[in-house]
Design a binder for this molecule. Structure first.
Ligand SMILES: Cc1cc2nc3c(=O)[nH]c(=O)nc-3n(C[C@H](O)[C@H](O)[C@H](O)COP(=O)(O)OP(=O)(O)OC[C@H]3O[C@@H](n4cnc5c(N)ncnc54)[C@H](O)[C@@H]3O)c2cc1C
Length: 436
């Protein structure tokens, strides 16, 4: 084992020894669970994960009936790098006794709820997650990282991996304002169980992506009959899941992409967005068919589609929410509803870096840490103490970075780098597309 992974004695802090870990992961979403799963056989102590949630959960408000993974279940936490790993999805199905029922259900895509259950199972098997521990700040003192929780330091580590995921992003006119009747998509399910359904009450869903489409469907299925769906793009764009689009989600393309000049990477990341952020074809068909069938039965379509509009102003006047939208082709229009659902995307959770630590890092023009091709942050003491970041660099590492597609591959790259040897071979040799 290389020296930088050597075990160092735990420090004394206020008379109390803090637990010390070789590698600590912040966040226990799929990214860090994948890393911990692949590391389990390679690091004697494994990886300690710190998770702010009180127990296992994966996007808990967004697992409603009919919601499915947009990624093949073969792309689980481990299989693309280590198909023999015991934490594969297949092993989860076999050991929980569900394999035959699952096979006979003949899914093209698995329910999101099943994926959440799989992650919870993997977390239990690993036993390395400290739940209910939000890491508020990371500092570097005396040759090690100190992780601070809400009530003081919780642990030290030689190396840290940030896997903090994303949080909802809302248009500027909703930011820092609590407008009554405006709910985030992830709270819609909870909201609907607390209010009496009023089918002819107007509802607006803002956000033309997968989550927005699912909110519209959910409302339709609950009997709402006056739904307006607002999206920024000029149409409710489907996700491109074609074979050629999927070429972007291969290790070979990832290496090609990482080697491109920044300007080209920026352009490609923008041009390839719909291979990741569009609405899945099945959801669009379901929605259009439900809307059409309702018009046959009831004489009018319950969903009004409003693409090409950006919400720029919002106000609650006497219990009605008014939204002003700028139209893509010019001019403004106003829409009103009793309640509004925001499904307007997600952005990276800020890294909880102490000011001293930030100063030791190389940053880019937007003051973000520079992330190398092995997902490590470029900083002063990286020879001895490593920091890695998952799911934070669309422009640096391509559209696969915020997705589950190459989860196991990214974990393998990080572990190879951390251990200074090729523990996992990443093979992707059968390419018909020539990139360079
Ligand atoms: C509803 C939904 C469905 C998706 N479906 C797909 C899909 O089908 N296919 C696909 O490729 N991608 C999908 N994605 C995108 C992406 O793959 C997921 O968001 C995925 O969960 C990202 O994994 P992650 O581990 O990076 O982040 P997360 O899953 O967000 O996990 C991060 C974890 O860090 C914790 N955390 C945050 N801050 C702290 C802190 N300070 N201290 C301790 N813990 C902290 C959070 O509580 C969270 O549990 C989906 C996204 C959403 C929102």
């Amino acid at each position: 084992m290389p020296e930088r992974l050597g075990v160092t004695p735990p420090p004394e802090g206020d008379g109390q020894a803090l637990p010390h870990h070789q590698v600590a992961g912040l966040g226990a979403g799929p990214a860090n669970l994948s890393l911990a799963a692949l590391a389990a056989d390679e690091l004697p102590e494994g990886i300690a994960l710190f998770e702010k949630r009180e127990g296992p959960a994966w996007h808990p408000g967004l697992l409603g009936a009919g919601t499915q993974l947009q990624t093949s279940w073969i792309k689980d936490l481990v299989s693309l790098a280590d198909p023999r790993n015991r934490l594969s999805f297949l092993n989860y199905l076999v050991t929980t006794g569900r394999i035959y029922a699952f096979l006979n259900a003949q899914y093209d895509s698995i329910p999101r709820l099943e994926y959440a259950r799989y992650l919870a199972w993997a977390s239990g098997e690993l036993g390395c997650v400290r739940y209910g521990t939000a890491v508020e700040q990371v500092d570097f003192q005396g040759g090690r990282f100190v992780l601070h929780g809400t009530a003081g330091p919780v642990a030290t580590a030689d190396h840290v991996v940030f896997g903090l995921g994303t949080r909802p992003e809302v248009p500027a006119c909703f930011e820092d304002r609590d407008i009554e009747g405006v709910v985030l998509a992830e709270h819609l399910e909870g909201h609907l169980t607390t209010v009496a359904a009023k089918p002819y009450e107007q509802v607006i869903v803002v956000g033309g992506g997968q989550t927005g489409a699912e909110c519209v469907l959910n409302l339709l299925q609950r009997g709402y009959r006056d739904i307006r769906w607002i999206g920024r793009r000029p149409w409710f764009a489907p996700m491109d899941d074609s074979p050629s689009a999927n070429d972007f989600y291969r290790p070979t393309y990832l290496r090609f992409f990482q080697g491109l000049p920044e300007g080209v990477r920026e352009r490609y990341a923008a041009e390839q967005t719909l291979t990741s952020d569009g609405v899945s074809m099945a959801t669009l068909q379901q929605l259009y068919q439900a809307n059409y069938e309702a018009s046959l039965r009831e004489g009018r379509s319950p969903v009004m589609m409003l693409p090409g509009r950006s919400v720029v102003e919002a106000a609650n006047r006497h219990g009605t929410i008014a939204l002003w939208c700028e139209r893509d082709w010019g001019g403004r229009e106003r829409h009103a509803a009793r309640f509004v659902v925001l499904a307007t995307g997600r952005r990276a959770t800020p890294l909880p870096l102490g000011a001293g630590l930030l100063e030791l890092m190389e940053t880019d023009t937007s003051h973000e840490p520079v992330i190398d091709s092995d997902y490590s942050i470029r900083w002063k003491h990286s020879e001895t103490n490593r920091m890695y970041v998952q799911n934070r660099s669309r422009v640096g590492h391509g559209l696969a970075d915020p997705n589950l597609s190459l989860l196991a591959v990214r974990s393998a790259v990080i572990l190879n780098s951390l251990l200074d040897r090729q523990v996992f071979a990443i093979r992707d040799e059968q390419m018909s597309t020539v990139w360079a």
